[in-house]
Structures are given as structure tokens and as C-alpha cells.
Design a protein around this ligand. Structure first.
Ligand code: ADP
Ligand code: MG
Length: 500
């Protein structure tokens, strides 16, 4: 029996239509006073006739304070109109269900309420009073808002992630598909929400997926799948998926959340990694091959020299050519060996001035031979750097040799060393022929050289050495104007270098 009917049944009316509300007290107690909702009975002028106990709990007023008055529990007078309007509708015979509005408790707290209004009718069908049932829905509403917020949050994630998110029913059909499907599979999410077969799954993978899906439903535990799905343009996309059953209060599976990820990229990276492994192996092999080449080269050179010294005049030229070609092979192999050979790198605190002085002594003979002056300008106080001396020497030698080779006789090269808090800067400035744009873009590439007897490995090796020292190299060059090489090396204490 609805409240309306209960109230109606409890009301006796006289025949001239005047309401005589004789309420059976025990009935009121048993049905209405035990309700957790506030229940009230109003006369047609909107005055409160009766209230149940719960009204006191909901609003904090005693019933005596309220009965006989109009509604006082509205937050402010602006709500009066709403109350009057609702009561007018009820007076006209309308029932109003779950009307949500605000009310104020005696202590001033504003609460969210849901009110159901019903007209109370006499047997002749005339409305003689109004009943209302009011429920405090503050916490319910808050929970609903929280839920909406968290739903919005999850939706935001689902709508924006690159992963494919799906919600499936127990038959494996997709109820929701995230927008990211277009990007990965070329098809709109609506396609997946509509499709009722599994034609988009690779036929070879389907039976296994089916089995795993069934076991997930039986065990109620997540599964991991690796399989293929059809892209809109006809190719198969490798996917990995994580399926988690969503279990409701009755311990049944409501739905399945599936997060699917495109594996193509990962597979590609794995392949790259495998390839770089291969490269490392090739590097190691190259080192031993270089050794193998150098040994016979040495004996070839020896015998050629021997034959050369015993040869007649006519063949001298050929021997010289052969020897110089052998020398070239030797040079290339040595430089290559330096590049590929596993080297024990020993980092030590080093004074850069001493290191450069040492190199300059070494290179000066060549410079003097070519009539080139090397000028130095070192800052007074320079921090020490941690480096592998031999490697760094090799790099600086390369830069200096290139500078000499680019300079005209009578030219000048300036070497400066400077530092700031973080970096030590070595500059090698020459006024030689410089580089045209075309050359500039290719320097450092293996075997790129513009010299008749060059190897095109010097800069590449030097670059690698400086990078091993966590440093950087910068070139500035203008054709016919000279080149400046700036080498920056960190002055930090610890340098982490991987052993090669
Ligand atoms: P290589 O010296 O054996 O040719 P490098 O790797 O040392 O090999 O140099 C590659 C090329 O870069 C050189 O052939 C040259 O064309 C250009 N290059 C390098 N340093 C300079 C420089 N200081 N001035 C002009 N060109 C340079
Ligand atoms: Mg060189």
C-alpha cells in the first residue's frame, strides 16, 4: 500500500466534503513513525497538520515547533514560491515524485532533499489534504557527485589514452570502445560497439583467445593475451591485451575491462636492440680481423722492401707504389683498430695544460716542416679534468693535424684553453682553406675525406673520444677563411663511461 493509500485509508471524511482528519493513532505510529523519511500532512492552505518522528531527526526541530505553521525549513524566503507552486499542483490532484531541492535544518545546515508529494483524496475524489515524504539525500548526492567525478576521470583517461580500452560483456562483445581505436586499427570505436562477431580477430588466434576468455570467467582472474587484429586497411596488427573481470557485490562478473596495446612499436625496438647487439659483435670481429690483416701486411711489407732493395732500376717505381699502398692499408687498419678494439679506458685527473704541451711538442716537428706557427693562449687557472689521457691526446692530435693540413705554409694556428664552472673549452683555430658547405655537412662520417692520402676516420674517432668524456665538439668553418674547432669537456669529478 502506498503512503498515499495508507493516509487515505486512515482519513474519514464527512459527506459534505469537509475534511475531518481522524487519524488512527496506532496506525500512524506503526507505519509512519518508523519511517526514516520525514513524512508530513498539510491542509490545503499549506499548514502542517501532522509530522512523523523522523522529521525531528531530519530537521532538528521538535514537532510542536512546526505543526500548525507553514513550511519553515526552506533555506530562505526565495524558496517559498517553489513550495506554494508545488502545493498548488498537488491541490489540483497531481502527484510529484522525487522532487530534488534544498532545505535548512534548525542548526542552519543546508541539506539536499528529495520530496514526493501526493494529494490526499476523499472518497468522492476531492483533494482534502496533501502528504509529503521527504528524504535527506545529502550524502547520497555527494556520493553520486563523487561517482560522477571519478567516472568522468576514468572516461577522460579512456578517451585520451593511446591504449585501446574496451568494456566487454560476458559473451566477449564490446560494449564500449575508446576513441584510440581509430589510430591503432583504423576503425571508429562505434564499429567495435556494433560488431557482433569476431571477424576482426585473426582466425588462428581466435580459438586460444576463446579458451583463455572462458578460463577468466570461470576463475574470475585477469588474463594476458597476445594476438592479432585486423586493421581497416587489411593488415594484421600485433596486440597485447590485459583483461580484468569486474566483479559485483554478488561475486558475479559484471563486465570485463580490456586494455589493449599495439605491440608493433615494441617489436620494432626489440629488433633494433637485436641489431645493435649484432653491430657490437661485428665490431668485436672487426677488431680481430684488423689484427689478422696487419700481421700478413707486415711480412708483405718486409719482403717487398727486401725485393725492392735487390731490384733493378726499371721496377723501382712499382715497388714504391706497392709499398705506399701497403702503408695506406696499414694506416686504415690501424685507425680502424683503434675505433673497434675493446680498450681499457682509464680515467684520471689530468692537467689539460700539460697534456696539450705534450701534444704540441709531438706535432711541432710536422708544423715546422710545413712552416706553420702554433701559438698558444692558456688561461692562468684551469680546473683539472678527468680523462683518459691517451684517448684525449689522440683526439687533440687529430684536430691539430687537420688544422696543419688545411693551412698554407706561413700560416698560423692558435690553441686556446678557457674554462667556466662546468666546462673546459679548448679551441683550435686555423686560417686555412676552410670547408665548403658540402664538406661541412659530411665531416665525421666514416671514410669521408677530401685529402689524397686521408683516411676520413680522424674526426669520427675524435668525436667518439670526446663523447666518451661526456664532452662535445663544435665546428665553425668558412671556405677560404679557416676553421675553428671548439672542444668542451666537463670539469665534473665523476664521469661515467661504459667500458668498450
Ligand atoms: P682526414 O683528415 O683523414 O681527411 P678527418 O676525419 O680528420 O679525415 O677529416 C675529414 C675531412 O674534414 C677532411 O678531409 C677535411 O676535408 C675536413 N676537415 C677536417 N678538419 C678541417 C680543417 N681544420 N679545415 C678544413 N677542413 C677540415
Ligand atoms: Mg684528419
Amino acid at each position: 500500500m502506498s503512503i498515499n493509500e495508507q493516509v487515505n485509508a486512515a482519513i474519514h471524511t464527512d459527506f459534505d466534503g469537509k475534511a475531518e482528519l481522524a487519524m488512527d493513532h496506532s496506525f500512524w505510529e506503526s507505519f509512519i513513525d518508523h519511517s526514516a523519511d520525514a513524512i508530513g500532512l498539510f491542509d490545503l492552505d499549506g499548514n502542517i497538520l501532522k509530522l512523523n518522528k523522523a522529521t525531528e531527526t531530519v530537521f532538528g526541530y521538535s514537532r510542536e515547533e512546526l505543526i500548525g505553521n507553514k513550511v519553515v525549513t526552506i533555506p530562505d524566503e526565495s524558496y517559498r514560491e517553489e513550495v506554494v507552486d508545488l502545493q498548488n499542483r498537488v491541490k489540483a490532484g497531481e502527484s510529484i515524485k522525487d522532487f530534488e531541492t534544498l532545505r535548512k535544518k534548525k542548526d542552519g545546515t543546508i541539506i539536499d532533499v528529495s520530496i514526493t508529494y501526493s494529494p490526499v483524496m476523499a472518497q468522492n475524489g476531492k483533494v482534502i489534504a496533501m502528504a509529503n515524504i521527504l528524504r535527506d539525500i545529502t550524502s547520497q548526492k555527494k556520493a553520486r557527485e563523487e561517482l560522477q567525478k571519478s567516472e568522468a576521470k576514468y572516461r577522460l583517461i579512456a578517451e585520451n589514452t593511446a591504449d585501446l580500452i574496451r568494456i566487454l560483456n560476458l559473451d566477449g562483445q564490446i560494449i564500449y570502445a575508446s576513441p584510440s581505436h581509430v589510430r591503432t586499427l583504423g576503425r571508429d570505436s562505434k564499429y567495435y560497439e556494433r560488431i557482433r562477431d569476431f571477424s576482426f580477430i585473426h582466425p588462428h588466434d581466435l580459438p586460444v583467445i576463446g579458451e583463455q576468455f572462458q578460463s577468466m570467467i570461470i576463475d574470475k582472474s585477469p588474463i594476458h593475451l597476445e594476438y592479432r587484429e585486423l586493421h581497416n586497411d587489411g593488415h594484421w596488427v600485433s596486440l597485447e591485451a590485459h583483461c580484468t573481470p569486474v566483479i559485483n557485490e554478488t561475486n558475479r562478473i559484471d563486465s570485463i575491462v580490456m586494455v589493449v596495446r599495439d605491440q608493433t612499436e615494441r617489436k620494432h625496438t626489440e629488433e633494433l636492440l637485436r641489431n645493435s647487439d649484432k653491430l657490437a659483435v661485428i665490431g668485436q670481429m672487426a677488431a680481430s680481423i684488423a689484427h689478422e690483416i696487419r700481421n700478413p701486411l707486415t711480412s708483405l711489407k718486409g719482403f717487398l722492401q727486401f725485393l725492392h732493395s735487390n731490384s733493378g732500376r726499371g721496377t723501382k717505381h712499382y715497388y714504391e707504389l706497392m709499398l705506399s699502398e701497403l702503408e695506406r692499408i696499414n694506416l686504415i687498419v690501424s685507425e680502424f683498430l683503434l675505433l673497434a678494439k675493446p680498450q681499457v679506458v682509464r680515467f684520471q685527473k689530468t692537467c689539460i695544460k700539460r697534456l696539450l704541451d705534450h701534444i704540441l711538442t709531438l706535432i711541432n716537428t710536422q708544423a715546422i716542416e710545413e712552416n706553420i706557427e702554433i701559438e698558444t693562449s692558456f688561461a692562468e687557472r684551469l680546473p683539472e679534468i678527468e680523462c683518459d689521457e691517451n684517448q684525449l691526446k689522440q683526439a687533440f692530435l687529430n684536430y691539430l693535424k687537420n688544422a696543419i693540413e688545411a693551412s698554407e705554409p706561413g700560416g698560423k694556428i692558435v690553441v686556446t684553453i678557457d674554462s667556466d664552472d662546468h666546462f673546459l673549452k679548448v679551441k683550435v683555430v686555423d686560417h686555412g682553406h676552410g670547408m665548403p658547405k658540402d664538406t661541412f655537412s659530411k665531416i665525421g662520417m666514416p671514410f669521408f675525406t677530401t685529402k689524397r692520402k686521408g683516411t676520413g676516420l680522424g674526426l669520427m674517432i675524435s668525436q667518439k673520444i670526446i663523447a666518451n668524456h661526456k664532452g662535445s665538439v663544435e665546428f665553425d668553418s668558412k671556405q677560404n677563411n679557416g676553421t675553428t674547432v671548439t672542444i668542451s669537456l666537463p670539469v665534473t669529478r665523476t664521469i661515467y663511461v661504459k667500458e668498450e
